[in-house]
Ligand binder design. Structure first.
Ligand SMILES: Nc1ncnc2c1ncn2[C@@H]1O[C@H](COP(=O)(O)OP(=O)(O)OP(=O)(O)O)[C@@H](O)[C@H]1O
Ligand SMILES: [Mg+2]
Length: 256
């Protein structure tokens, strides 16, 4: 596996970290095919993309364009057919399962449209889950209290300080997504992937979720990649990209 920093453009004096310093996540020539019997579906077609550190970038595009597929690849939830993915200049395309799980758990957070909370666990337990999963038993014995406090702090920050012991069925949709957002942040990831985070919410609640995302971006410096069908949310991102048939097309705010 090529584990070296990659060069953005051929340069006579490549720096040790030749990738753009602001680029936190990047893909080059990323393709994903799905085979179905005799047919091959070319869902992503050699996508080049950079996510810049500290930004909120949004991706819109019609259903089936490949937005979730791209997000899953960048988040190491799926494996590309071709192309490469770099995180802070390190090639993470072909990490083994364990190494990929580590990157996912420590560096990335995920928020999905349908919340994906564990139904039998309280809000607080759901938020603590990635911290628990990412720790060995001994480490957890040492860190459980501080992780729990961090989870409580995050739940308070998203306005759910009074709902710590509620299970998801006793929370509204907006509240569930707030729990999911807190869970995505509990391990202090650098990048948070949000796949239609407001897709199941009314516009006022959607707006409240975006306000929280914006706060976590500005106050904690987290980088967000948001896939959405909500033009209002998309336009409020700092960079706005459009995907059509597995490739990005130019939009006025697409400076990447
Ligand atoms: N595991 C899979 N096997 C076969 N085809 C798949 C698989 N996952 C996705 N696809 C196909 O890839 C295409 C893109 O799917 P994707 O979920 O990325 O679209 P999307 O842009 O996120 O759409 P939406 O806005 O509806 O969520 C679709 O045609 C879908 O059927
Ligand atoms: Mg999708």
């Amino acid at each position: 596996m090529n584990d070296q920093a990659v060069t953005e453009e051929a340069s006579p004096n490549p720096k040790p970290q030749a990738q753009s310093p602001e680029s936190i996540l990047e893909c080059k020539g990323l393709s994903r095919d799905f085979k179905s019997g005799e047919t091959t579906l070319h869902v992503l077609r050699s996508v080049d993309f950079q996510l810049f550190e500290g930004e909120i970038a949004s991706i819109v595009g019609s259903s089936g364009a490949g937005k979730s597929t791209l997000m899953h690849l960048l988040g190491l939830l799926d494996t590309p057919t071709a192309g490469e993915i770099f995180y802070r200049g390190r090639n993470i395309t072909k990490l083994g399962d364990e190494a990929a799980a580590k990157v996912r758990n420590r560096e990335f957070g995920f928020v999905f449209q349908s919340f994906h909370l564990l139904p039998d666990f309280t809000a607080l337990e759901n938020v603590m889950m990635p911290a628990r999963i990412g720790s060995g038993s001994l480490q957890w014995m040492r860190e459980a209290d501080s992780r729990r406090n961090r989870a409580i702090e995050l739940l308070e920050r998203v306005g759910l300080g009074e709902r710590l012991t509620h299970v998801p069925s006793r929370l509204s949709g907006g509240e569930r997504q707030r729990v999911a957002l807190a869970r995505a942040l509990v391990n202090e990831p650098a990048v948070v992937f949000c796949d239609e985070p407001t897709g199941n919410l009314d516009s006022k609640t959607a707006d409240e979720i975006f306000v929280l995302i914006d706060q976590f971006n500005k106050e904690l410096g987290k980088t967000f990649l948001i896939v959405t069908h909500d033009e209002n949310i998309a336009q409020r991102a700092q960079r706005h990209l459009t995907m059509v048939d597995g490739v990005f097309v130019d939009t006025p705010k697409n400076a990447g």
